[in-house]
Design a protein. Sequence first.
Length: 77
Amino acid sequence: MAKLKTTVNKAKCIASEDCMQTAPGVFQMGDDDKAEVYNQTGAPDNVILAAARACPAKAITVIDEETGAQLVPAPKK
């Protein structure tokens, strides 16, 4: 299990709630009606990655803190 750092870009978030439906133990709606991470370890890594990939606005970034690699969205080549 990698140590993941998950963040939400509030400027991009469209509040679709897809992330909360996929990983409710990680994401919640903030006071600004935008998604936010409230528990970095609230779901298995594969669920967190699936939730980030499900975001239609691509507002969620997931980084492997051990390697520094950005996992979601995939870096452009």
